[in-house]
Design a protein around this ligand. Structure first.
Ligand code: TPP
Ligand code: MG
Length: 365
């Protein structure tokens, strides 16, 4: 469930940002906040509040999913998005209703950002009938045509070709939509990514390729796996423009996203955004993350946390008080607890469901 009104979310602030010359953020570096980046636009109080609420919802949802996994309520794989929240929220703030999102298996945050219900996502994690795939898909396999979320894919890189396909459909229908295909630094080394880049640029498809560079692909760091670690350059041989973005700063993400989406929507073709981000948890719930030091994780949390950055600005620049933060936190916890409660008590799918949703019946085709 969205905590802020969905209809007012994205388009308006993004459009304003695209048209008006952006005011830039103060250059001082407050204690505990990320280093100030020149030319990062300022957000209004409403935009900061929106980003704060939406990112906090993802964080608390993921923490709860982690707890429920530990309690044995969630089976199979479960990949948490904690630390990367600013990427999908900043992108959504620049998108319009109707734009599509497709991603890999680290997908709960994207679903919530698209406005899918917390209850339906959590109930899918626990395999219950109220889940988005009626409890038969689990963490990596949820979809919502209504919210333009196209999965949820367990095959690394598959979503890139499918995302280009969504772009092709948009182009074919001339419906003004843009598809946003998210994938990781590891997935960026897949062959099909480059076949998709080629076709997307050849046909000038409205696609934004969002590379979430969280520095690791399972236990392998980018430096050990990638000959070119500047992922914004991965489209150079196809003539696709790209840029590197501080993916921990929601303002920088929204700013770059506005440029990229505008480029794609106006018929100029695809655009690559490398989001420099970080995952705090292991690759999946079963990963003890021994390939990196605790200090490295701690430093990212203390110096770059996307939610703390917004909280700091709301406190300093918009004078938000403790009581107001507590009220937001309470509302978010209420949504997440309600989802967990529902996902714990909703019944499992009926056995007869084993035979449904397997083949598309001719009548449905
Ligand atoms: C085609 C394919 N190869 C390998 C795997 C196993 N696998 C699952 S996740 C993953 C790492 C991907 O890392 P990255 O793209 O950086 O995304 P992140 O997990 O960091 O979000 C691998 C190798 C898979 N699911 N599919
Ligand atoms: Mg990665």
């Amino acid at each position: 469930m969205a905590i802020a009104a969905r209809k007012t979310k994205a388009g308006a602030p993004a459009k304003a940002a695209a048209k008006a010359p952006a005011k830039t953020a103060a250059k001082s570096t407050p204690k505990g906040a990320a280093k100030a980046i020149p030319n990062v636009p300022t957000f209004t109080k409403e935009e900061e509040l929106h980003a704060y609420r939406e990112m906090l919802l993802i964080r608390r949802f993921e923490e709860k999913a982690g707890q429920m996994y530990g309690m044995g309520l969630i089976g199979g794989f479960c990949h948490l998005y904690i630390g990367q929240e600013a990427v999908v929220i900043g992108m959504q703030m620049a998108s319009k209703d109707g734009d599509q999102v497709i991603t890999g298996y680290r997908d709960h945050g994207h679903m919530l950002a698209c406005g899918m219900e917390s209850r339906g996502v959590m109930a899918e994690l626990t395999g219950r009938r109220g889940g988005y795939s009626h409890g038969k898909g689990g963490s990596m396999h949820m979809f919502s045509r209504e919210k333009n979320f196209y999965g949820g894919h367990g095959i690394v890189g598959a979503q890139v070709s499918l995302g280009a396909g969504l772009g092709f459909a948009n182009w074919y229908r001339q419906d003004g939509r843009v598809s946003m295909a998210y994938f990781g630094d590891g997935a960026a080394n897949q062959g099909q990514v480059y076949e998709s880049f080629n076709m997307a640029q050849l046909w000038k498809l409205p696609v934004v390729f969002v590379i979430e560079n969280n520095r690791y692909a399972m236990g392998t760091s980018v430096n050990r796996a990638s000959a070119q670690t500047d992922f914004s350059k991965r489209g150079v041989s196809f003539g696709i423009p790209g840029e590197q973005v501080d993916g921990m700063d929601v303002r920088a993400v929204r700013e770059a996203a506005s440029r990229a989406i505008e480029h794609a929507r106006s018929g100029k073709g695809p655009y690559i955004l490398e989001m420099q981000t970080y995952r705090y948890r292991g690759h999946s719930m079963s990963d003890p993350a021994k390939y990196r030091s605790k200090d490295e994780v701690q430093r990212m949390r203390e110096e770059h946390d996307p939610i703390e950055q917004v909280r700091g600005r709301l406190t300093r620049e918009h004078k938000l008080g403790e009581d107001e933060f507590k009220a937001i936190d309470a509302k978010v916890r209420e949504i997440v607890n309600d989802a967990a409660e529902f996902a714990t008590h909703d019944p499992e799918p009926d056995v007869s469901e084993l035979w449904t949703d397997i083949l598309l019946e001719p009548a449905q085709a």
